[in-house]
Write a protein that binds this ligand. Structure first.
Ligand SMILES: NC(=O)c1ccc[n+]([C@@H]2O[C@H](COP(=O)([O-])OP(=O)(O)OC[C@H]3O[C@@H](n4cnc5c(N)ncnc54)[C@H](O)[C@@H]3O)[C@@H](O)[C@H]2O)c1
Ligand SMILES: [Mg+2]
Length: 350
């Protein structure tokens, strides 16, 4: 779908009108809202708000699925009045996206940053009754949300958490001020701008040509195995981080690697997961598990992994004692699925 936007661009001394796609006009609109506080405030009037309580999103359950309800500005003003909060609190909301019709989406945490002296634990159940839903831990609900809601809510949680943790300037110690969209905070005394951050993490599925290497940390749910993951050190390229993490965690040397995809991951803080396939030399496959990092690691055959993928239901497999894999929404799952479907892809030398 595309629209004539009436945006004229000047190219080599003559004007031409470009046909802008829906995606481009939406992206330009979001850019404007991040840059212009007045435009963002105006967008709140026709926008929709997702609500959180101490970083847990408001959800409604229908069968095995969760849905995230949205509220108009008018409804939100009524709710805030009912909860004894100032409507000024709406300025604490963060912009998290917009629909194709340019209806902006915002998220507001009803408790974080709240200056009103409310008793949060007392209010929570009252709020839930009024809102006909429950504030549910995102980790618990993530895999039972549709992809769009999951993406909006993980962005919202990450942004709300970042604002909560960056209330003060690390140079002057003064309170920082959020812009209307929540895309940055500024220190009024020295004008330092703080932007929300993500930590880059590499996640690598290592193969020896016929088998793939899966590992588990003691903090994983019982029986779950995944690809190797690790935070990038400062100054490292993605390739260097993959080689170091594989050497550190299982004592193997990566021979080739191939980028696959990336994903924003909100737990426990915001990470940008960069997913790759890697190979080791066929003769050099003896694993030496670093027990400070991992509980166990091992080579798994194509058949074993394909079977686990087919029956990947964490709830039944946890009980049966068989190993199981991360759920579909996790990029680790996508990597493992790619390898099962095409185990002999030919990566580049690392
Ligand atoms: N989406 C997915 O499919 C998926 C799969 C596996 C792991 N993950 C995520 O990847 C992340 C990294 O994996 P890991 O725990 O194996 O990493 P890791 O192997 O680097 O080990 C974690 C340790 O690294 C250190 N560290 C260095 N920089 C850090 C930083 N910026 N933040 C926190 N700790 C830092 C800490 O000492 C920490 O204990 C985890 O947060 C996990 O949630 C996501
Ligand atoms: Mg790790």
């Amino acid at each position: 779908m595309s629209l004539y936007c009436g945006i004229a661009c000047r190219r080599k001394s003559f004007w031409c009108f470009r046909l802008l796609s829906t995606y481009v006009t939406k992206t330009r609109y979001l850019f404007e809202l991040k840059e212009d506080d007045d435009a963002c405030k105006k967008a709140q009037q026709t926008g929709a708000f997702y609500l959180f309580h101490s970083l847990a999103p408001l959800l409604q359950k229908s069968g095995h699925q969760y849905q995230a309800p949205r509220h108009s500005l008018l409804e939100l003003e009524r709710l805030l009045a009912k909860f004894g909060q100032d409507t000024q609190r709406i300025e604490d909301s963060v912009l998290i996206g917009c629909s194709e019709q340019h209806e902006a989406r915002f998220a507001l945490d009803l408790v974080l940053n709240s200056s009103s002296s409310i008793n949060a634990s007392l209010q929570k159940s009252e709020m839930e009754t009024e809102l006909k839903g429950s504030f549910t831990k995102l980790r618990k609900a993530l895999f039972q949300l549709n992809t769009k809601d999951a993406s909006l809510l993980t962005t919202a949680q990450a942004l709300l958490r970042w604002h909560d943790a960056h209330q003060f300037c690390s140079r002057s110690g003064q309170p920082t001020k959020k812009n209307m969209a929540g895309s940055k905070r500024v220190c009024p005394s020295n004008k330092i701008i703080y932007y929300p951050q993500m930590a880059p993490v590499v996640i690598t599925l290592v193969s020896d040509g016929t088998r793939c290497l899966l590992a588990r940390q003691s903090s994983f749910p019982k029986g779950m195995y995944s690809a190797l993951a690790g935070f990038c050190d400062i100054g490292e390229s993605m390739e260097e981080a993959v080689r170091r993490e594989v050497a550190e965690e299982v004592g193997l040397e990566v021979e080739t690697l191939q980028y696959s995809a990336s994903q924003h991951w909100p737990f426990p803080n915001s990470s940008l997961m960069i997913a790759c396939h890697a190979t080791v030399k066929p003769g050099q496959t003896e694993i030496q598990v670093n027990l400070k990092e991992l509980e166990a690691a091992g080579w798994f055959s194509h058949d074993e992994v394909a079977t686990a993928l087919r029956k990947n239901n964490p709830y039944t497999q946890q009980q049966n004692g068989t190993f199981w894999l991360p759920p579909k929404l996790a990029i680790a799952h996508q990597l493992i699925k790619e390898w099962v479907e095409k185990p002999s892809c030919s990566p580049l030398p690392a």
